[in-house]
Design a protein around this ligand. Structure first.
Ligand SMILES: *Cc1c(COP(=O)(O)O)cnc(C)c1O
Length: 397
């Protein structure tokens, strides 16, 4: 991660195909396109990658989460349970529908804590949104059982975990709906892009219409289409899809590189008795997009974060102290700083954020260091990095 590190001839060729015939729109213009349907081809390719019946491309990962929830009927006043460690997009995507994000604790997987999920269920709960952070996963068996028992939708935000699997199934294909991002820093990038993945024909059809103004896409005359319901514009362009089409073909190569680099770093850090690693649920295989480890306490983690910088080790994050990924610093969300008036119901629904504490998550996130695994590193560079990381961490203990 990220895929842009290895842009090459394949990406150029796919983009040139689109520019040569000039159709940047994914629908219509059949006569002009000389057979090029990049978005459709990418959807077909992703259906194979995610072993799922249906894939709907959209404009980005945040849109994918909103479109997925909307397609399954989540809307005004519904509660969606989500983790307090994620990327802010998960929160935004729920708010956009007039639904209420209910944040709960994570566990040592760095994903949703099943007990916390169960405790947060109310009559208003419609969905559980698990966020598969940093290339790995939450305890999916436990979450699936809870959702089945309480008749809740299980939605996977797998934006950061393309290529990881659980009991042999790709992440994103396990819940009722899965969401992916192909933004500039993800394992596969289109620049901006996203996907909704599902085996449910109705959800897929809804996603197809909803992401393009409610057009039903029947026939090839856009003026004559009917509109079963209204939608918005969350379309991907052919240019973006072209880049994605080249990148997805290279996914196995990207995953091999991530695994090699991750393994070298992990083996080196394993020599330090104070370092422990994130729990990967049984049956889970990471995408190796990040290496996540824990230090004994928050002071050591803060010091290690500094020492890593001093030792010229970049791309390592201490999420406890950053304001993108963890509830602790999301003041604009806790204070509901909306640009426009929002409903009293949603305000009331978010009232819990004023007082709720997340001790269990603090315990994990405060001690966690998360290192991005890059694709462009040579084996020698990774070995040098491993040495520098060991030195930096030993200096902080
Ligand atoms: C990147 C990301 C998103 C949002 O994707 P965009 O394409 O940037 O909108 C959502 N959730 C998670 C976990 C992400 O990492």
């Amino acid at each position: 991660m990220p895929g842009f590190e290895l842009f090459g001839d394949l990406e150029r060729q796919e983009v040139n195909d689109v520019l040569d015939n000039g159709v940047l729109m994914r629908y219509g213009f059949d006569g002009m396109r000389n057979g090029h349907w990049k978005a459709k081809a990418l959807e077909a390719e992703l259906e194979k990658t995610f072993q799922s019946k249906h894939v709907q491309l959209v404009s980005n990962g945040t849109a994918a989460v909103s479109v997925a929830l909307a397609s399954a009927g989540v809307g005004a006043g519904d509660e969606v349970i989500m983790p307090c460690f994620t990327f802010v997009a998960s929160f935004e995507a729920i708010m956009m529908l007039g639904a209420i994000p209910v944040l709960v604790d994570i566990d040592a997987t760095l994903g949703l804590d099943p007990q916390a999920v169960e405790a947060a269920i109310t009559p208003k709960t419609k969905a559980v949104m698990v966020v598969q952070m940093c290339g790995s996963m939450a305890n999916m068996d436990a979450l699936q059982s809870i959702c089945t028992a309480h008749k809740l939708l299980l939605v996977e935000d797998a934006c950061q975990s393309i290529g990881a699997t659980y009991n042999g199934k790709p992440l994103g294909s396990i819940g009722d709906l899965g969401c992916f991002s192909f933004d500039f820093v993800k394992t596969i990038t289109c620049g901006e892009g996203g996907a909704v993945v599902t085996n449910n024909k109705t959800y897929y059809t809804n996603a197809d219409h909803y992401s393009d103004h409610g057009h039903d896409h029947i026939g090839n005359d856009r003026g004559a289409e009917s509109h079963p319901f209204f939608g918005y514009n969350f379309r991907i362009s052919e240019l973006h899809a072209a880049v994605g089409l080249a990148q997805v073909k290279r996914l196995p190569e990207f995953l091999d590189i991530q695994k090699r680099n991750y393994t070298i770093l992990r083996e080196a850090l394993s020599q330090i008795p104070e370092v422990t690693f994130r729990t990967v649920p049984e049956g889970g295989v990471e995408s190796y997009a990040f290496l996540n480890f824990f230090l004994p306490d928050v002071e050591i983690a803060r010091k290690a974060s500094q020492e890593l910088k001093t030792h010229d080790v970049d791309a390592c994050f201490h999420y406890f102290d950053n304001n993108w990924h963890y509830i602790r610093k999301w003041n604009h969300l806790k204070e509901i700083k909306s640009l426009f008036p929002i409903s009293e119901g949603v305000k009331k629904g978010l009232g819990y954020l004023e007082t709720k504490t997340f001790e269990k998550s603090d315990h994990h996130i405060s001690r966690n260091i998360s290192c991005l695994i890059k694709l462009s590193w040579t084996e020698q560079q990774v070995k040098d990095r491993a040495k520098a990381m060991v030195k930096a961490i030993q200096a902080s203990l």
